[in-house]
Design a protein around this ligand. Structure first.
Ligand SMILES: Cc1ncc(COP(=O)(O)O)c(C=O)c1O
Length: 465
């Protein structure tokens, strides 16, 4: 079967990204465009259009007008996902050899940018729930303690990265954390890939957006948390701690010379869609429906975990002795396609279309799952073994470029890694280049081996002594 044939495959219910739910919630402007003669709209960077970095043209106009409307100094569209713009943000913040403070659960794109530029991560640990297998949002108290444990004299820290909300929708109040960073003159980049829509929906009890919480750079994944096509993203710039010309230079460094006109139009339309009052009211209705779905499922005794993002339905499969992967396979087989299976949970993304029959289908399949699946009593997760504050022993970019050799992971104890090891779940980098492979992390992989069998038997590139 060709890829193009598969793309038209029907599923009973698509509860995954992109959030436009297979076109149902795409912005009208984009739908109109897609209905035109196929491919007609695929234009190069003509002077009238320009690019995200030009000073004139329709893209620049859109970026300027949108920034004004949301009170941001500037924004730039991106066609390489939130990943690409996070990487540009990092490069704008730090020079090679400088340090950035970041939580252990940063997206892998952060580690790759650090390896590329030899920007050295200072990781801080986060609390973890063994009941859900998820990281817990950072509190001010936790963050203050992290700062107390950092030697600012020895390390030239030039910025901080925060992730909010997490994949499953957990969010914290960012403002006090950003205030602590600003108190140290440190700019903050917030990876708000999963929370773009918070910016447009004030006063409906959603987490306060990173831009309103005074972050210096904020990256949104428009296909995850607005109605954009896959790969679309935006970076917002505020404050005076990041130099705009540096940001432009960094976006330019990583951006393709032929950004896709359809994707750029999708960036514009997906943001403008939320700035239109009628549409906003429609989306607010969707959010309120999502809250009702959650309440109704709880009423029906389905074990859900509440997070701060109403559009994520996090099913606690472990509460009934079923792991999230088994549940995922079951739901998939029956046409309900989820977004994120993990050891203890399965997360569904409601997206922005009407989910009328979701409760009925979900409830029916849940009952069937309970009836037809073997239960296990020893489902457990263990917190990944990280120290409160940890820096790779060898600068990440140097380790990444060093001569390495391959050995089985199980035999790599005590060696310095030349690789990123990113077990899934939890999908966060467990070991990065330059870190010494310690017993705790090998043991952790072994204890989680049911879900990391391939990893345990895999090879890792390590540095020569
Ligand atoms: C927290 C977080 N940040 C960034 C990204 C990257 O987003 P994108 O797929 O738009 O590149 C992801 C992707 O899963 C993510 O979960």
């Amino acid at each position: 079967m060709s890829i193009s044939s598969f793309l038209t495959k029907k599923f009973l219910k698509s509860l995954f990204f992109p959030s436009h739910n297979r076109g149902k919630a795409l912005p009208k402007g984009l739908i109109r465009l897609l209905k035109k003669k196929p491919g007609y709209w695929d234009l190069p960077e003509l002077p009238e259009i320009g690019s995200p970095l030009s000073n004139s043209g329709l893209i620049n106009d859109a970026q300027v007008s949108i920034s004004k409307k949301v009170n941001s100094k500037k924004c730039f569209f991106g066609v390489n996902g939130a990943s690409g713009l996070i990487q540009s943000g990092i490069i704008a913040m730090a020079n090679p050899g400088e340090y950035i403070l970041m939580p252990r659960n940063v997206h892998i794109s952060v580690i790759k940018a650090c390896a590329l530029q030899n920007i050295i991560p200072i990781f801080f640990d986060i609390e973890f729930s063994t009941e859900t297998g998820h990281f817990i949002p950072i509190t001010k108290k936790w963050f203050k303690n992290v700062f107390k444990n950092i030697d600012f004299e020895k390390k030239k820290i030039v910025g901080v990265i925060l992730v909010n909300p997490y994949y499953q929708g957990y969010a914290t109040d960012l403002e006090p954390l950003i205030k602590i960073c600003h108190h140290h003159d440190l700019p903050v980049l917030v990876d708000e890939a999963h929370g773009s829509y918070f910016l447009f929906c004030e006063n409906i009890n959603l987490p306060k957006s990173a831009l309103r919480s005074k972050a210096d750079l904020v990256v949104h994944s428009l296909h995850k948390s607005l109605n954009g096509l896959t790969q679309t993203a935006v970076i917002w710039h505020n404050g005076n701690l990041i130099d705009e010309s540096n940001l432009i230079k960094s976006i330019n460094l990583l951006q393709t010379t032929s950004p896709n006109s359809l994707l750029l139009s999708s960036c514009e339309e997906s943001i403008k869609d939320w700035l239109n009052e009628d549409n906003l009211n429609k989306f607010k209705k969707r959010i309120s429906e999502a809250k009702s779905i959650f309440k109704e499922l709880i009423k029906r005794k389905i074990p859900l975990i509440q997070t701060q993002d109403p559009l994520k339905i996090v099913l606690n499969t472990s509460a009934v002795g079923i792991d999230g992967f088994t549940a995922d396979r079951f739901f998939y087989k029956h046409g309900l396609i989820a977004e994120l299976p993990e050891i203890m949970t399965l997360t569904f993304c409601l997206g922005f279309s009407n989910q009328k029959n979701f409760i009925f289908l979900f409830n029916k399949l849940w009952k069937k799952l309970l009836k037809n699946t073997n239960k296990s009593h020893d489902l457990k997760t263990i917190k990944p073994p990280f120290k409160l504050v940890q820096t790779p022993e060898i600068p990440i970019g140097i380790a990444w470029r060093s001569k390495t050799y391959n050995i089985p992971l199980a035999e790599s104890l005590g060696k310095i890694s030349g690789d990123i090891i990113c077990p899934y779940p939890p999908g966060i980098p467990l070991i990065v280049p330059g870190e010494r492979i310690d017993k705790e992390r090998i043991d952790w992989i072994e204890t989680q081996s049911l879900y990391n069998e391939d990893l345990l038997n895999s090879y890792i590139r390590v540095l020569h002594n």
